[in-house]
Design a protein around this ligand. Structure first.
Ligand SMILES: Nc1ncnc2c1ncn2[C@@H]1O[C@H](COP(=O)(O)OP(=O)(O)OP(=O)(O)O)[C@@H](O)[C@H]1O
Length: 658
């Protein structure tokens, strides 16, 4: 199939097949719960998946690229969806197949399969090995898992941690610590892959260690030949995501909430990337999770992506939510960003840029040392006024630019060893006598580096886009150069109330605007005509309808009590007005708190008065407790005074009328 209608990722679904243990009546019940409308049969370019609830009186429907039925097996999905991707990998592209869905929705069965029914990864590997044999290519595999946003190598006995390094051109990823093992036969593959993937199903060596849910990945690398000088051609990733489970419900197997939150967050992060790719957005938020950072060089550009939404065949609320998320990222549309917000965004960006130009304090220092070949370190320091941050960026860009021409090619990168940069080694290292203290010296130092770079072949600049603190690998003596960039090159925005960001979801002002419009709409209606909207879940509209539903952000709801109060107040215009105002305030505050409790770090930074530091702190608080902000006063936990909190709310709401 593979028809993406011009989009980067194909998003399809597979309804879980029945196990032998399920009763015969399961089929009938399943049909009541989930049905698929294919307007052109198997050739449909879009299908509608409809879910009925247990009473069958209401339906929710979502559009996807395709949906495979319960009885359609893994081999059919392979033939129609994955086979063509295998060919693409041999012609130099990367392909990624990702299965996600509620817990127990058949993800592992689809990717890995069973003895009787091999999964997509096994079927693909069979074909890859056969093509490799015909054409004399070398195949290696890597297996990893991601637990609580840390990646581990599943093919090394010590299960070492894997770190993500990215070159400055942002097109190449190096997974440090991830083994690659050559594979020649399907038996060899099965042994390695299944033992790696099923580690979690074995009894834990340390009994006290609790059972952990994780994302599991397989990377199949194809090389140009089978000698040691072989060049990488392409790779194929298969990812079996940990099952989604609504964090608001109690976890069934004692998995702690924190772990659940991390899993869900990385599922959202992945969908935000897919959404941004399908919507052709200029910014794709790859850095929101470990998984998307690891797959960065396989997601986007000309690479192939297949998103497999696994759906439970019997009633499962989490499956509904997954279908909603899938539909959203499938279309790459349906996002609420009013024009006014776009305008505001570009205005903010201009202002921020010009404030840099005006020389808001910031500094750049560069260090050139000869300790390990040539090394240039550029750090931007805030506040000492020696150098503007924008100048620092410029110098950095210049350095990168002159390095880019010397970037290791695909061939060269094979033999390249990465020299990681960590916050720790940046700080601990002895200052060089050449440490620049003025703009002029800094510029000279960077130029020296650039010149040095142009002389040296085989060089690539790597940066760790992960947490800089996480890696403390040894400096490799074979490496000739590296550039460390202290990532915090955003200005301290805590007090500037300005944020420039291209992130994917609407800022709070846009959502508040939406809320405000909804409330205005309500206000313009006579109280007795007020419809009580049904209670909404995030992105999930449970309204009784057979229409195709667009996944949504939540809207305000009025309780029966609200409605009664408003009706009571309707006898006096002033009382009615006061009642509406008060409800509006409550809804706005609720929405604001919900945003604080759920938004990504980048989105949080869109709020007035929330900069890098506060956003980081909020995210950390959420890791400790799933919903740290229950009332506005809880903002005091991030160091705000009552006056500042009020000020921030006033500014946020004032924006609605600007
Ligand atoms: N198409 C199918 N036919 C028969 N049995 C299936 C099918 N799909 C899944 N199963 C069975 O359903 C159970 C759950 O499937 P599986 O482990 O693949 O789900 P999962 O989504 O990977 O679970 P988790 O969220 O826990 O990782 C397994 O016992 C599996 O064998």
């Amino acid at each position: 199939m593979g028809l993406n209608q011009g989009r980067k990722a194909r998003v399809i679904a597979k309804i879980k097949g029945f196990t032998d243990l399920e009763p015969e009546t399961a089929d009938e019940a399943s049909r009541r719960w989930i049905s698929v409308h294919k307007p052109n049969g198997d050739d449909s370019q879009t299908v509608t998946v409809s879910f009925g609830d247990q009473s069958a009186s209401r339906k929710e429907s979502y559009e996807l690229d395709y949906c495979y039925d319960r009885k359609e097996g893994n081999s059919l999905v392979y033939e129609r969806e994955v086979k063509s991707l295998v060919k693409d990998v041999f012609s130099g592209e990367n392909a990624t197949v990702i299965a996600y869905g509620a817990r127990g929705s058949g993800k592992t069965y689809l990717i890995q399969g069973s003895e009787e029914e091999p999964g997509l990864a096994v079927l693909a590997m069979t074909e890859i090995l056969s093509l490799a044999e015909e054409s004399g290519k070398l195949i290696t595999i890597s297996c990893f898992e991601i637990c609580k946003d840390h990646a581990y190598d599943l093919l090394s006995p010590e299960r070492q941690e894997v770190f993500v390094w990215e070159d400055v051109a942002k097109r190449k990823i190096q997974l440090q610590g991830l083994s690659q093992i050559p594979v020649k036969s399907i038996q060899e593959f099965q042994k390695l892959y299944l033992s790696g993937q099923n580690l979690h199903k074995q009894p834990h060596k340390i009994l006290a260690e609790p059972h952990q849910r994780s994302h599991k990945g397989l990377i199949i690398h194809v090389f140009s030949g089978d000698k040691s000088d072989a060049l990488p051609i392409g790779k194929m990733n298969f990812v079996d995501l940990a099952g989604y489970e609504d964090a608001r419900r109690k976890s069934t197997d004692g998995v702690n909430l924190l772990e659940n939150n991390k899993i869900n967050k990385s599922i959202y992060a992945l969908h935000n990337v897919i959404y941004a790719l399908n919507a052709n957005e200029s910014h794709v938020p790859y850095r929101e999770s470990k998984l998307t950072r690891m797959l960065h060089d396989s997601l986007g550009w000309r690479n192939q992506i297949l998103m497999l939404t696994c759906l439970n065949s019997s009633f499962c609320r989490d499956s509904l939510y997954m279908a909603s998320l899938a539909s959203r990222s499938c279309k790459g549309a349906n996002r609420f960003i009013p024009d006014s917000t776009k305008k505001a965004k570009s205005m903010v960006r201009t202002t921020l840029h010009s404030s840099y130009k005006k020389g808001i304090p910031g500094s750049v220092s560069a260090t050139v040392t000869k300790q390990i070949g040539t090394r240039v370190r550029i750090t931007e320091n805030k506040g000492n006024g020696k150098f503007s941050a924008i100048r620092g960026r410029k110098l950095f860009d210049e350095a990168c630019h002159s390095t880019k021409s010397n970037m290791a090619t695909k061939e060269e990168s094979l033999s390249l060893e990465v020299v990681p940069a960590t916050k720790q080694n940046i700080q601990e290292e002895e200052p060089s006598p050449l440490q620049a203290v003025s703009a002029e010296e800094t510029e000279k130092a960077v130029k020296a580096f650039s010149t040095e770079q142009t002389k040296m072949p085989n060089k690539v600049v790597w940066t760790n886009e992960d947490n800089h603190d996480e890696a403390t690998p040894n400096i490799n003596s074979n490496a000739k150069a590296f550039l460390c960039v202290v990532a915090d090159h955003t200005m301290d925005k805590e007090n500037q109330l300005l944020v420039a960001n291209d992130n994917e979801s609407p800022p709070i002002s846009a959502r508040l605007q939406e809320l405000s419009s909804n409330l205005k709409l309500l206000y313009s209606t006579t109280p007795s005509c007020i419809e009580i909207p049904p209670k909404m879940d995030i992105y999930f509209d449970s309204q009784v309808s057979t229409e195709i539903l667009e996944p949504k952000t939540p809207e305000p709801s009025l309780s029966v009590n609200d409605k009664l109060e408003i009706e009571e107040a309707s006898c006096s215009p002033w009382k009615a007005f006061s009642a509406y105002s008060s409800k509006m305030k409550t809804s706005l505050v609720d929405e604001y708190l919900r945003f604080l409790n759920t938004a990504s770090k980048e989105d949080l930074k869109r709020l007035k008065g929330i900069g890098e530091k506060r956003a980081t702190y909020i995210v950390e608080l959420r890791d400790e407790s799933p919903e740290p902000f229950k009332k506005l006063d809880d903002l005091k936990d991030i160091g705000l005074s009552a006056k500042q909190i009020k000020g921030m709310m006033r500014k946020e709401i004032g924006e609605l009328f600007s």
